[in-house]
Design a protein around this ligand. Structure first.
Ligand SMILES: [Zn+2]
Ligand SMILES: [Zn+2]
Length: 102
């Protein structure tokens, strides 16, 4: 589950624009920013991102399972066939713990 950084509403996939949008306000986000990271992850087949790009990732309000911090970077990864839904990965802004959100 992702939450809007503006109003805290639930973010829903925006299929037409290949991004996400807020269910409450007009907040929208495209996936374009994470394209580079996506390719790197697919090549190595691991949960890994490039540190110099982390600052450009969008943040979401979600509780870190490790340290309990409630803000994490997130990005989307196509794990299987292109018609399958993408997997959301999260990385705690505090302790750098990474995990998947199904
Ligand atoms: Zn919102
Ligand atoms: Zn953490």
């Amino acid at each position: 589950m992702m939450f809007c950084p503006k109003c805290g509403g639930i973010l829903l996939p925006d299929m037409e624009k290949k991004g996400i949008k807020c269910s409450k306000c007009n907040y929208k986000e495209s996936k374009n920013k994470s394209m580079v990271i996506k390719e790197r992850v697919n090549n190595k087949d691991k949960i890994k991102i490039i540190d110099k790009n982390i600052e450009t990732l969008p943040k979401t309000q979600i509780e870190c399972p490790k340290c309990g911090n409630n803000q994490a970077y997130y990005w989307l990864v196509q794990t299987r066939a292109s018609d399958e839904p993408e997997t959301q990965f999260l990385r705690c802004v505090k302790c750098d713990h990474q995990w998947r959100n199904y």
